[in-house]
Design a protein around this ligand. Structure first.
Ligand SMILES: Nc1ncnc2c1ncn2[C@@H]1O[C@H](COP(=O)(O)OP(=O)(O)OP(=O)(O)O)[C@@H](O)[C@H]1O
Ligand SMILES: [Mg+2]
Length: 203
């Protein structure tokens, strides 16, 4: 299979009555940068949760080209950070690598921290950071550990324009690290960064 993930005839309902997602068919190719756009309540987070195996389809199927330990290959950037408050940013990142790969890789952490502009705050705790710094730290935690795909839900919500651009640029760079990226965003700047034919609008 050429596609990293294939979604066929996907339906999803939270309450078994109304379908939040209907007849979704998508092919996610390796090493591409996808953007998902749509109004509030259109099902963007739901679709991302399904792709990340946090939710299960009501019907239809999601086929992954990597079959062993699917979740370990997926880095999820949550709308609300999900950092561990008792650990420093460095420890949060190391823990993610350890869970995914069974080992730490400081070189990988340093490289991504540098791109994200958070090298100086690596020994701080989440509670000591600004909203924008926390957001970038949660992106760092999602992308380390040799993952295949990053699923990012509104990853730029609490960032100013300069930092939004840094984050969109980082996602673009991840392609060179052999990763695939799916970003949900309200920011129309996202369109300028992701691949032209890889931009979906949800109704
Ligand atoms: N846990 C839940 N239980 C029941 N209904 C839910 C749940 N989560 C979301 N919904 C409903 O499913 C629909 C899609 O929600 P979803 O969060 O996927 O939208 P979204 O496109 O991500 O919106 P936003 O842009 O506001 O983040 C909405 O109508 C929402 O009310
Ligand atoms: Mg959402």
């Amino acid at each position: 299979m050429n596609n990293l993930i294939e979604i066929n005839d996907l339906y999803f309902s939270y309450d078994k009555k109304t379908n939040v997602l209907k007849n979704i068919n998508l092919k996610i190719e390796k090493n591409k940068y996808y953007g998902i756009y749509g109004h509030s309540g259109s099902g963007k987070s739901t679709l991302l949760f399904l792709m990340g195996k946090i939710l299960k389809p009501s019907s239809g199927e999601i086929i992954y080209s990597f079959n062993d330990n699917i979740k370990k290959h997926i880095g999820f950037v949550f709308q609300f950070f999900n950092l561990i408050n008792e650990l420093t940013i460095l420890e949060n990142a190391k823990l993610a690598q350890y869970i995914r790969e069974g080992k730490e890789n400081l070189k990988e952490i340093r490289e991504f921290a540098e791109i994200l502009g958070i090298s100086r705050i690596m020994n701080k705790y989440p509670g000591e950071l600004s909203g924008g710094e926390k957001q970038r730290a949660s992106i760092l935690r999602a992308v380390v550990g040799n993952i295949k795909i990053v699923l990012a839900d509104e990853p730029t919500g609490s960032l100013d324009m300069a930092n939004k651009i840094i984050v969109f640029e980082l996602f673009k760079k991840l392609i060179q690290y052999d990763k695939t990226v799916v970003v949900v965003s309200h920011e129309k700047e996202l369109i300028d960064f992701c691949d032209k034919k890889s931009y979906w609008k949800m109704d």
